[in-house]
Design a protein around this ligand. Structure first.
Ligand SMILES: [Zn+2]
Length: 608
């Protein structure tokens, strides 16, 4: 099925034609349809506020159901208008009318959100007894879990005037610092070596050179990046210190027991399960080190340095046209479950995918749930490599998950972050197994295994090491006060060398590389969710390996349940106990098996 073509720009008419139809979102009314939906949503949210503000306490169960149904319809209107604007912008970010429409819709969304803010506060302010009484009413299945979840913030919310002050002051406080950080880091320019005559490049462009096959290019690029990070380092450290203190104040006022507790609550993950995840991954850091030692041998080096970690081990020359990729992925979906296969096929037949690379199109890939009354949209930048086939499988996984859970409605279609990758990683793992099985050449198997391992190490191990860094700096700021630039560098090196051990040399320049990571600034505590989601999905896959087709109906049930139940309950549907600390090892075992496969393929390829 696969052909070995060297050209990266194949003449692929099916690929060129695979483009979205966004009109169903606005019933064919185009931009005017976006406008009218936003206007209607605003009018209805104002009417909603007039009707319900200050009166939530007086509702009965049926009244609450009526209010939630009206909210669902307002969200539906905003969802259709917002999806249209965001998705059209993604297909052409350079067109000024697309940017203008997006901006307009976002401003409208903020206005609507502020108008509706009272509802959640009043709902959380009800006594437990009163809330449970209301929730016991019939007809609330479409919003019961959502409403119960909103109340988990009860003890962490302040009074309405206090919340309003915090929300308003945040614009000139934490949000302003975050935006300044973004502006500072996006203005960083790197003077690449050997190209003095040419213009300096953006940080992302320089970082991508770390994949270069030539070690000297990588070494000198890393040196240039470190040099570019030096100016403004004190400013970025001050900025980070300020946000660490701001977070500490916030946690104190809102009575969160630890720096990570608020994030865990948002993720619907218990503090214990997160701790168990972190400890399980830390206990297996040797897996990452074993890979880096093998990688050093493949690159003909004694030992990797930090700037070698992203180097390409081997070029993957196997390519798949879009039609070949589609056939392979659909065949995998159908052999797993004909129902899922038929659903996946609709994405191709009904223009739910935008696949080709086009100028000014957003990079990467994603799946947007849009609204539950329509269908999800998948964006790809398909370049006919095997990596793209896996991405197609991954995004379609999100797609079928959203589509199956659509029956849960707007409040319950999506899952918390920690479960959001279940179907996507699962599908990707199935297709990965097929690609590997179809390939008998050790060199090309090695290429496939290497790229998969590097992704997993980045998602699981590297994110946990970053979480360790966050843990160290948040704790130190709270216990000892402001951190110096040098101290940030020390803690960064400490957390990274805990992961890398003696398998990778950490150079002095690398000590400042914490200072461009946006997650640390804008979304504290976020990074572990990548590891959580990936390992959870791999554990579900391992259950499938053990149970075979028996698991399929329960797996589909779990997907169709969407976010209407807690992560623990969703795990139980497929026989996974999230409270069992040993459960994380199942996913890690699978990664270790792939590593062993890679070692075998490396030996057989004659490259060692
Ligand atoms: Zn994903």
């Amino acid at each position: 099925m696969a052909s070995t073509v060297s050209t990266s720009e194949p003449n692929d008419p099916e690929l060129a034609q695979t483009a979205w139809d966004l009109e169903p979102l606005v019933d064919g009314e185009g931009e005017g349809g976006v406008q009218s939906r936003m206007e209607e949503a605003l009018t209805r949210s104002q009417a909603f506020a007039e009707r319900y503000a200050g009166k939530l306490d007086g509702l009965d169960g049926a009244g609450l159901g009526e209010a939630m149904a009206e909210l669902a319809e307002i969200y539906e209107l905003v969802g259709r208008a917002g999806s249209y604007a965001v998705l059209r912008f993604s297909t052409d970010t350079a067109a000024p009318e697309n940017g203008a429409l997006l901006q307009k819709v976002q401003e409208g969304e903020t206005q609507i959100a502020t108008t509706l803010l009272f509802f959640e506060l009043e709902w959380a302010a009800l006594s437990d007894e009163r809330a449970e009484e209301l929730l016991a009413a019939e007809g609330l299945d479409f919003c019961r879990h959502y409403l119960r979840n909103a109340r988990r913030y009860r003890e962490h919310l302040l009074t309405e005037p206090e919340e309003k002050i915090l929300a308003e002051k945040a614009l000139t406080g934490a949000s302003a610092w975050s935006r300044l950080f973004e502006e500072l880091t996006s203005a960083i320019e790197v003077e690449l070596p050997g190209e003095q005559a040419s213009e300096p490049v953006a940080l992302d462009v320089a970082l991508s050179k770390l994949m270069d096959a030539d070690r000297e290019v990588r070494r000198s690029t890393a040196e240039a990046v470190s040099a570019a990070l030096a100016p403004g380092l004190r400013t970025r450290a001050f900025l980070f210190n300020t946000l660490l203190a701001d977070k500490a104040t916030d946690d104190r006022l809102r009575r969160y027991p630890s720096w990570l507790a608020a994030r865990n609550l948002a993720n619907e993950a218990s503090d214990e399960s997160v701790r168990a995840l972190i400890e399980a991954v830390r206990g297996r850091f040797e897996v990452a080190r074993r890979w880096y030692r093998l990688k050093a041998r493949l690159l003909g080096l004694e030992r990797l340095a930090d700037y070698d970690r992203m180097a390409a081990v081997t070029a993957d020359e196997v390519s798949y046209s879009f039609a070949e990729g589609r056939e392979l992925v659909l065949d995998c979906y159908s052999s797993f479950s004909p129902e899922l296969g038929a659903l996946a096929k609709r994405f191709f037949d009904e223009r739910w995918i935008d696949a080709p690379v086009r100028p000014a199109k957003r990079g990467g890939a994603f799946c947007a749930s849009a609204v539950p009354t329509l269908h999800p949209y998948v964006l790809l930048n398909y370049t006919s490599q095997r990596r793209d086939v896996l991405t197609l499988a991954h995004e379609l996984g999100h797609g079928v998950h959203f589509a199956l859970a659509a029956r849960q409605g707007v409040f319950h279609q999506g899952t918390p972050l920690t479960l959001a990758e279940t179907a996507s990683v699962f599908a990707e793992t199935v297709v990965f197994g097929r690609l590997l099985a179809e390939d008998s050449s050790p060199a090309s198997r090695l290429a496939l295994l290497a790229s998969n391992l590097e992704d997993t190490i980045a998602t699981v191990f590297r994110q946990v090491a970053m979480n360790r860094f966050e843990e160290l700096v948040h704790t130190e700021r709270r216990e000892r006060g402001e951190l110096s630039v040098e101290r940030f560098g020390e803690l960064w090196a400490e957390s990274q060398s805990e992961l890398l051990g003696d398998s990778v040399e950490i150079t002095d320049g690398y000590r400042s590389w914490w200072s461009y990571v946006p997650h640390f600034i804008g979304s504290p505590g976020y990074v572990y969710a990548y590891a959580y989601g990936q390992l959870l999905a791999l554990s579900v896959y391992q259950r499938y390996e053990q149970e075979g087709p028996e698991l399929v109906p329960r797996y589909l049930e779990m997907l169709a349940t969407g976010g209407s139940k807690s992560p623990e309950e969703l795990g139980q549907i497929v026989g996974i106990d999230l409270a069992d600390p040993g459960f994380w090892d199942a996913g890690l075992d699978l990664v270790e098996r792939q590593l062993t496969d890679a070692e075998v393929a490396a030996e057989a390829s004659g490259r060692l």
